[in-house]
Ligand binder design. Sequence first.
Ligand SMILES: *Cc1c(COP(=O)(O)O)cnc(C)c1O
Length: 441
Amino acid sequence: MKYYSTNKKAPLASLQEAVTKGLASDKGLYMPEKIKQLPDSFFEKMKDMSFQEIAYVVADAFFGEDMEADMLKTIVYDTLNFDTPVVHVKNNIYSLELFHGPTLAFKDVGARFMARTLGYFIKKQGLTDINVLVATSGDTGSAVANGFLGVPGVQVFVLYPKGKVSPIQECQFTTLGQNITALEIDGTFDDCQALVKAAFMDEELNQKMQLTSANSINVARFLPQAFYYFYAYAQLAKQGIIEDNRPGSKDNVVFCVPSGNFGNITAGLFGKRMGLPVKRFIAANNKNDIFLKYLQTKEYTPRPSVATLANAMDVGDPSNFVRILDLYNHNHDAISKDISGYRYLDEDIRSTLKKCYEETGYLLDPHGACGYQALVDELKPDETGVFLETAHPAKFLETVESIIGEKVEIPQKLQAFMQGKKQSFELTKDFGGFKAFLLAK
Ligand SMILES: *Cc1c(COP(=O)(O)O)cnc(C)c1O
């Protein structure tokens, strides 16, 4: 399968090129040329299939032409060594818990898949070392670092703002060692991102080192996120919550996705194109409501992000927005028909988290709280709502404990990170110093 650029000014790329480059040469995002419709027989069987089996069928539709079947299967099965259960919360509202992976956030799925795919191409093609640069405000760095840990031929550099990442998040990418280097930048998250961008633009650096990015612009990180929409649907059918999971079904399933860069929700939109009978999607935003404004005004106006309690959604110019535009041929009406938008301020996040916990006993994280509340506000009685619970509440310990006024239990996996020894290099936000550091590696 070939990949085209959303800017349409770059040559078509193979999967290998799309994965190793990340961004197309015209700065567009890669899109698969075809989105295959899955057969009715798959939807009929889906409820009796495992997560791994379902994911392999979806992965095969995208990557099957470019990888041997047994290799792709190994990658899918290795990636998904944890479950993503659908859990009832209240009335017709369900949580799709995506936080059972190694770093307790949904990004584990895409990061683990991308790491294995890149490792496969490096081995197969005998490529020289590939350097993954990733700027993080918390969750991306941990998922990418853990996903790529120990993958031969890959060096990962995680740039994070000194003193601005919670200790729990920091330990998940600073204690690993091996091929993971943590760079503590004296600056903000935007400074970290600017350093990564400058590195991709620097001619000398790109001549001497092969650089790529591991954020959701990368197709190998972005597309695998479709897997769990299918599996969620299968679980609803298996639990008898919906009756029919074939295309054309009248079950009215609505997915609500707490969104920042819009990679997660876009993968769901791809799932719908493949035949998954989703009635519609809701994009839940925090105060950074650029997408909601686009729905309301037809104008897309990026602006600097503002800090909120749901900090992984603090994005002022969602990178995957161009993929949504491309998928819908820039048709605002068509986009508005499939996706509605909501936004929640910090005080809403606080009251939702508290109220949901008191009413139902279900503890949300600040991102999931936006998703849950949008379903409470908008879901119709004949609809079944599933929000994506994108991270475990313990990852936002201080915030969550201060809201509910109780201690939150820290899962074993997270505690293990906290016992490791921090290793990081301190750098200023000056590009010259960063470049010299990379070249000396
Ligand atoms: C990254 C992240 C999001 C936003 O996902 P996008 O794919 O960027 O829209 C939401 N919640 C959590 C916990 C995240 O880490």
